[in-house]
Structure formats: C-alpha cells, structure tokens
Design a protein around this ligand. Sequence first.
Ligand code: XLS
Ligand code: NI
Ligand code: NI
Length: 431
Amino acid sequence: MSDFFKEVPPLKFDPDAKHLAFRHYNPDEILMGKRMEDHLRFAVAYWHSFAWPGGDPFGGPTFERPWFGDTMDLARMKADIAFEMFDLLGVPFFCWHDADIRPEGETFAQSQRNFEEIVDYLIGKMENSRTRLLWGTANLFSHRRFMAGAATNPDPEIFAWSAATVKNCMDATHKMGGQNYVLWGGREGYETLLNTDLKRERQQAGRFLQMAVEYKHKIGFQGAILVEPKPQEPSKHQYDYDVATVYGFLKEFGLEHEVQMNIEQGHAILAGHSFEHELALASSLGIFGSIDMNRNDYQSGWDTDQFPNNVPEVALAYYEVLKAGGFKTGGTNFDAKLRRQSLNPEDLIAGHAGAMDICARGLKAAAAMLDDGTLEAMRVERYAEWDTDNGKSLLQSDFETIAASVLKNGIDPQPKSGRQEILENIVNRFV
Ligand code: XLS
Ligand code: NI
Ligand code: NI
C-alpha cells in the first residue's frame, strides 16, 4: 500500500455518515430482483483520474502526482495507486486507453512492448483485486500524428498505424477479460470542408469499423464493440454525431447487428439532445450498450466532463436504462475529471463516491417509478387504440383502402390531452 490515499479508509455504506462514505450506494441492496452493484456496474476511467494533469486552454498542469512521467516504473506506480483507489471505492470495473497506461515509445514497436508489459502488470493487479475491465480503447486523438484523424486521415500510413493500434488494444482487452471494446472517433471529422473529401473519409471510417468487427470474430472476443457518438470537439464536426447518425452509418456498412452504443451524457447534450433521448433511441434501435455518466457545465457549452450531481436527470437516464432491460456487457463509466483546483487525493475519492451515490439515488428513483407503474400504464393507455384490431390492421393496409374507409365510416377523431404536467408531477414524487 502506498501512502497516496493515506487518510482515506475503504468506503462503506453508512446512511448517517457525514463524509466519505456511501449514503445511498448499497451494493447488496436488491432492486427489481437484482443487486444494486449489478445494475449500476460502475467503472473508473483511468485517463481522467490518473493520466490527466489538470491543464486547460489557459494554463498547464495543476496536479503533481508522484507517478507523472514517461517511464515504465512510473507506469507501474500509477497502476498500483489506481488499484488502491479501485479497492477503496469497491468499484467493480475500470476502463483505459493504451496511452493512459503505458509510456509512448520512440517507435511503434517500442510503444507496443511497453503496452504489452503494462497489460501483463495490470493482469497481475487484477488477480489481487475484484475490479475487472469494463472496456479498453485506443487513444487515436492526442498525439500530433492524429491531428487530421485516424481512420479518416488523408495519409494512409496513419490509417495503418491506427489499425495496428486498435488490433493491439483489442488483443489486450481480450486478454484482460474486458467486457467491451470502445471506439470514440476523437478526430474522425473535419475542421474545414475546404480541405476535406467527406465521402472518402466516411468510407475509410466504415471500412475501419468493419475491420474491427472482423478482428473481434477472428480472436473470439465475446464482448461488445461499442461506438461512442459525439457531435463536435475536438473536431468542428465529428462523423459519429449522435445515435441516429451512427445508426445510419452502421446500416450503410452492414454493422447494425454488430455494434452497439456507448452513450455519454455530456455528448448527448452537445448534440442538442437529452441523455434520455439518446438512450431511448438506442434502445428502440436495438443498439444500446453502455454509458459514460459525466455531465457538462450547462453554461460553458463544451465537454467539461464533470461528475454527475443532479438526481432527477440521472433518474430519467436510469429509467431508460431499466426499460432497455438494464446493462448486459455495459456499465456506468465515470468519464469524469476533477476540477483543476481539486488537488487532494481525497478529492479523487470524493468525486467518485459522490457520483456513485447520485447514481444510486437515480437508480432507486427509476426502479420505484417502474415498480409503481403509473407512468408506464399511462403511456400504454395513450397508444391503446393501436392494439385493437382496427389499429393493427391499419399498418397492414394502404392509402387507397384507408381513404375509402375514412369516407365510408365518417370518422371524426378527437384530440386527447398528453397529460405532461401530470406525468412530471408523478416523476417528482420519486426523485
Ligand atoms: C471524449 C470521450 C472519450 C471516450 C473514450 O470526449 O468521452 O473520453 O469516452 O475515448
Ligand atoms: Ni466525452
Ligand atoms: Ni466518453
């Protein structure tokens, strides 16, 4: 045990605690026949918690972590301390990018050796911990070689570099028993159409994703391949704009049965949607996979990646997750970082503990709304006419037949209340 988290005891469920405990997250509590931990499937994001130095566009690093630096020894120290935090929090999962866990080498081959060595080290850590890998992913956006994209780059050598990198990351995810593999198109988009062959770039991205799916089957990886939509930032426009856009893309490349969505709350908002919209749409399309539960600041208008702290919002999100049947391979990843003034190790624990509690409250509210059943009953009732013989036969009919019967029957449809205020008042009883 290092002395990094020295004053922090392992967190426990204690509803009366004043500080650093779970007041709502009780892993063993049963909701809708399932343990809370198995509903929520929390994951810590290695990058924000252990690799991000606290910079912003106006200033450099604010964090001074003992493991910062580019050596293998420091990468191992980072892993040791990461697992200390996973154990203190009792989180069942974590997630990484290759670049978070290993130092970059001088060459591709050297980076690969560093990566493979640290993956084995992490597997060793997992043997003494209960924390498992929710997903792995490749960082194809930070290094300057990716400034014009990875798969969508005008330079085929960058496509090749990216393909080789994703292969290695998929191998590592598989070896670590990861439950999903994520692709977020960090710079798969453009800055200006004046220098962009949009048609060609989309074809490159489509073929790249097909290759990832082919490779998954080749190695027998049982987890899900997840695409994480985001509309813009860092690129002016990203091809994986939102769930609807990605679904069209998957259909175009024949991947709609192979790929699911990792939906991030902040990205949904950036795309002009609510989080629950993106979840409901993915579920209705059969491509709901996993979530990144981190919000943006509503005033600053960019991806500030803050821990969740709004119970009603989170409750509506888990309401959709539960209605989608809950997570299968997916989970709740905190792709969230501390504010850059939050320097203390204790802040790292508090950020996660608070977020876990917020999610627990949201989940409990969502489960209670479903148990109560009024909301769903009112929704079903609104469409009840569609379940009658008349309603059902309408969709099997055609315009001419319908037009004739409208005339013959002299129908006179009457508008009905959507009852939105009543529904919102019902939600308010639970949150
Ligand atoms: C960035 C994304 C990123 C992905 C993983 O906005 O959220 O962190 O989750 O590459
Ligand atoms: Ni994000
Ligand atoms: Ni994310």
